[in-house]
Write a protein that binds this ligand. Sequence first.
Ligand code: PEP
Ligand code: MG
Length: 301
Amino acid sequence: RRREAAGRAHEPAVTRAGVPILVAANVGSLTDAREAAANGADQAGLVRTEFLFLDRDEAPGVDEQVSVYGQIAEAMGGRRITLRTLDVGGDKPLRYAPGRPEQNPFLGVRGLRHSLENPALFGAQLDAIVRVARRTPVSVMFPMVTSADELIAARRMLGDRKPPDSLEVGIMVEVPAAALKVETFRPYVDFVSIGTNDLTQYTLAAERGNPAVPADGLDPAVLRLIDAVCRNAGVPVAICGELAADEAAVPLLTALGVRELSVAPAAVPLVKEAVRVSGTGSADWALGLPDASAVRRRLSG
Ligand code: PEP
Ligand code: MG
C-alpha cells in the first residue's frame, strides 16, 4: 500500500464522494520543504517560522527572513506557502525578547499575544512576509488567537504594509474559545486552520507531551469543536495538527467538512490514499460517544 501511495503521491486527493481535499505539508526547515515537494504536497499548510528565531542571540533581520521564506517557496516549486507568524513565548522563550516569568507558560504570553507585545519583532516579520508575497503565493496565519480584537490589531499592522491582494490571511484555531466563536473572525479571515495539538491540550486539560495525561484528538469533545468550526467558519477549514495525519481519523475529518489536511512531509502520500478511500457518510455518530477509544473502536470495527 505504501508503494501504491508513493506512485500516486503527485496526483490530487479526492474522496469517494468527489470532494477534493488539499493534502499539504507542515514545514519546519528548508529540508522539510524539499521533502514535502518530493512527496507530492499540494502546498505548505504550516511553515513553523520559529526555526529561524530560536537558539540565537538576536532576531533574524528582514532580509534574512525574506531569503529563507523565498527559498522555502522555491523548494515547494512555487506552490502556496502558509507562513505562520512566530509562535513563541511561554515554554519557548527568546533570549532577545524575554518575557516575565510565568507559572503556566501554555496559558501565558505566547503566539500572537507575544507578537502583539513585541511590535518591532512582529512588524519585521510582517515586512518580510509582505515582500515574499509580492513574488510568490503566500498565506499568513496567526497562532493562538483567542478573540477578534487581537486579530484586528494584527491585521491593522499588516494593512500598514500594503500587502498584495494575493496574500491570504488566516488564523489557527487552537484555543477552545476561538472554536466556539469562530464566526466572529469571519470578516477578517480567508481561511482557518485547526491546530489539534493545542486544541486537544486545552480542551482536555492535558498538557501535550506529558505521558501521564495522554490526550487523543478523537475525543468527541474535540470533534464537536471541529464540527462547530466547519459549520460556522464561513471560510475553508484546514487541520494542521497531528490528528490530520492519523489515517483512521481522515474519513471522519473529511465528513465533518475539513477541506485541507496539513501533515508531516513523509505522511503526505498515505494521507492522500486515506482521502481517496474516504466515503460519503456522516460523522455525527462520533459526536455523541463518550471518549476517544469508543470512536477508535467504531472506526476500526
Ligand atoms: C497545533 O497546535 O496543532 C499546531 C499545529 O501547532 P504547533 O504544534 O506548532 O503548536
Ligand atoms: Mg499550536
